[in-house]
Design a protein around this ligand. Sequence first.
Ligand code: EPU
Length: 429
Amino acid sequence: MATRPETRYRVRGGQPLQGTVFVQGAKNAALKMIAASLLADTGRTVLRNVPVIEDVRRAVELAQAVGASVKFHEAERTLVVDASELTSPVLPAEIARRFRASVLFVPALLHRLGEATIEGIGGCNLGSRSLDFHYRGFARLGATVDEGDATIRIKADRLKGAHLYLDTPSHTGTENLMMAAALAPGTTVIDNTAMEPEVLDVISFLSKMGADITGGGTGFVTVNGVEKLRAVEHTVMPDRIDAAVFAMAAAITGGELSLVGASLDHFGVVRWKLEQMGVEFSAQGAILQVRRERALRSINVITSPFPGFATDLQSPIMGLSTLADGTSYIRETIFDGRYTLVGELNKMGAKVEVADNAAIVHGPTVLKGAEVVAHDLRSGIALILAGLAAEGETVVAPGYMIDRGHASVAARLTTLGADIDVEMAVNTP
Ligand code: EPU
């Protein structure tokens, strides 16, 4: 049986963070751009400011698996993709099974090879809520979608423009259907599209490639299909989730940070919620200064699509609210069951309960170091934040969860005065 290195983070809390932090490039834009770069059948795409995270490495592996030549120059955060030859329509199980964004490679495979096969997907997936908007959209554009026991096979001799809609403004759904429509002759209109800043960055990338897309940011996107897309150079926008996590790191430790590459415009409601809690922001030219001096106040949060409170920051703000004076109410509306953090925070001495699909946080509590589990990326980074504020040592595992979406967490936090390290252990799965 193969062994794989497992990592865990050890955090000893109590240091107010100070200094300058460099916000990484946006994961949820970069992943889509890697997939979109396969739409260009000549030339080389250069993506800059690509975050050095595990999800990007998975996307690179997928692009390579279908035949693209991809080099990730990690030190330069630059990715070079040459997709002149795609050789396989199969997105292999060992990656696709644990990487939901695999479906983003379907449009390029359909346009380039006339078919795409996603392996390792459970039989119920097609009819389930999670990716149905994507498959329905491909079908309306003229593809046939066949669900096997553990495989989905999508075929299309030629996609054609059509009127599409999303039941809810799905972030990846919007991007994926735009990619599918970009090379489909005729006009595609997509109703109820997502307005996240990353969606706009993906539109700007596709437009540079030669796509004809209008209506970004309005909720209704029109795509006029073009003959060909070309390989271009693009700098990925900064990651607003990473930026807000560092703002919360300043807040939870009572410190002061200068964020390079953060824009308050991308925070949406998150800005106002953090200000209500007592976090102070000041934009100093291109630098965003964040500090927290007063006691934290409790907060009510309801997650919703941009510019509402980002679901990806629900866990981090739950961690922060354990220190706030009073009762906080946090309601998740995008992903059911995103409350796995509750049990872990309670291991650290927090008093959080879930009732009527909301988390109720009774603060303030003094957090105490404990061994805790990162059930997903965002609960993992929330536990790192909690560990920064806790007495004693907090051990967060598996580290892979955090490394999926946040780059060089230990190194960046250490520079700011945190006492954190990442350790390798060898586990047998
Ligand atoms: N949904 C469906 N059917 C679909 C697509 C979505 O029912 O075909 C439902 C989902 O189950 C969910 C809701 O619609 O309840 C919203 O899902 P959405 O499609 O907007 O999410 P996503 O595009 O799959 C992206 C990010 C997530 C982020 C959400 C919301 C990427 C790769 N992922 O997911 O990021 O939470 O948008 O903003 O862009 C993360 O970074 O930790 C993360 C989970």
